[in-house]
Ligand binder design. Structure first.
Ligand code: HAM
Length: 419
């Protein structure tokens, strides 16, 4: 074999690829039902959009972006996430001057140059939802409820919701300073010391045991929330409780993107090992202004489709992947019969019945093998003699029962049998 998919990427092949389509559709269904409109943005943007939007100090921007110059010398980047692009599109097309909030959802590839491992890929797929232009705890709660419903509709029962608030531009700087004071007193390596000055919240995310042990007494953002942030967070919590969505307060939950304010959350699954987050999101009240727009308080999430699939696998929800691709399979013998079969199969499809046929001039045995593999219930067999009689043999592949049907009636007969 000469080529392989690049490191950290993989192919979705039939029949699993059918299941991934179903997973994407199921994740999107709850937000569609809640009035979120579909948006597609380009898979690359100006590098500066992500540098400013996601944040220079994040791993995503500093280490993981696929950045390249185009032929005119512009710096472009394959999108590492969807939120910055959605905000860019809303501002560019003035959607925020109409009815607020602007509610949008998307589904697409994302690209991050990460250390590849199970559940962590360099090319992966997200379904996401964003609500822009409203500061309302009910909107945060709505989005969380809808994401939880997507997981539940897929049959997942072991997805856990972690919830936190990161405060706002009033209380976060005070907290940040208190955290920095605390962290500067610890015994840490140089890289981590540097991180204290750039992005101290990320230090809380450090999973190394020797660091974790020292973080036990770290100040927590919940203890530093200003009164409005506290009230906002309590309301989100109350609404989730009333909606019956279970959550765990996680005062150490920090997200890997800089734009978050107030509500932040993550959906995690125990069956995924170290890459446990199946989805995440939160409020990003300052992002629009960071991108040169007006104040546009907003909230959203993205769910990792590939990880959701792994979670379903871990819960044994995917079942047998039988390749029942079509309902009817055409087998023709001889050139004239093949030509007639080509048209007949198309007539069957036009009648709303899925159908395939043997290609490549196979003999009867090979073609019947194809019929068996196709998962079809019925085979249509057409030989030269049938063609002369303007009839076709209809074979029920489950009972091996075979009947002759006039060509002119075969579509109607099939309609009666398969629907
Ligand atoms: P994120 O937490 O970076 O947030 O990604 C969301 C989800 O995408 C993760 O929970 C995970 O399931 C999946 N994911 C991330 N990286 C990878 C990877 N390398 N391989 C496989 N799956 C991955 C965001 O992207 C934000 N834009 C979410 C958001 C929307 N916040 C507000 N609105």
């Amino acid at each position: 074999m000469s080529f392989q998919a690049p490191k950290g990427t993989f192919d979705w092949l039939p029949p699993k690829s059918e299941q991934i389509l179903a997973v994407r559709a199921a994740l999107a269904q709850p937000v569609r039902q809640a009035g979120y409109g579909y948006i597609e943005t380009p898979s690359f943007e100006d590098t500066e959009l992500f540098a400013r939007g996601v944040g220079e100090s994040t791993d995503i921007v500093s280490k993981e972006m696929y950045t390249f110059p185009d032929k005119a010398g512009r710096s472009l980047t394959l999108r590492p996430e969807g939120t910055a692009s959605v905000v860019r599109a809303v501002l560019q097309h003035n959607l925020h001057t109409g009815q607020l909030p602007v509610k949008l959802w998307y589904s697409g590839s994302q690209y991050r140059y990460e250390r590849a491992q199970r559940g962590r890929y360099r090319h992966f797929w997200q379904v996401g939802a964003e609500a822009l232009g409203a500061e309302d705890p009910a909107l945060d709660a709505e989005l969380i409820v809808l994401a939880a419903r997507g997981f539940a509709d897929l049959g997942l029962t072991q997805v856990e919701l972690l919830l936190n608030s990161l405060g706002d531009k009033v209380c976060r700087p005070v907290y940040r300073a208190a955290l920095q004071d605390f962290l500067r007193g610890l015994d840490l390596d140089d890289d981590t010391r540097a991180r204290i000055e750039i992005n101290p919240l990320r230090v809380l995310d450090d999973n190394r045991p020797e660091v974790r042990a020292q973080l036990v007494g770290a100040p927590l953002v919940v203890d530093h929330l200003c009164a409005p942030c506290k009230a906002y967070h309590e309301e989100v919590r109350a609404l989730l409780t009333e909606a019956g969505v279970a959550f765990t307060d996680d005062p150490r939950l920090v997200r890997g993107l800089d734009y978050y304010t107030r509500t932040t959350f993550e959906f995690v699954h125990g069956g995924l090992g170290s890459q446990s987050a199946v989805g995440g999101g939160g409020r990003y009240d300052g992002l629009s202004e960071m991108l040169g727009g007006p104040a546009l308080p907003s909230v959203g999430w993205a769910v990792g489709v590939d990880r959701t699939f792994l979670a379903m696998e871990a819960e044994g929800l995917l079942g047998e992947t039988t390749e029942a691709r079509v309902q009817v399979y055409g087998v023709a013998l001889g050139d004239d019969a093949r030509r007639r079969m080509f048209l007949l199969v198309d007539e069957v499809r036009k009648a709303g019945i899925s159908a395939d046929m043997a290609f490549g001039g196979k003999g009867l045995k090979g073609a019947m093998k194809g019929a068996g593999r196709s998962g079809a219930r019925f085979a249509l067999i057409l030989g030269e003699r049938d063609l002369a009689a303007q009839a076709v043999q209809l074979k029920d592949l489950t009972t091996a029962e075979q009947t002759e049907v006039p060509l002119a009636q075969v579509v109607d007969v099939l309609k009666g049998k398969v629907q």
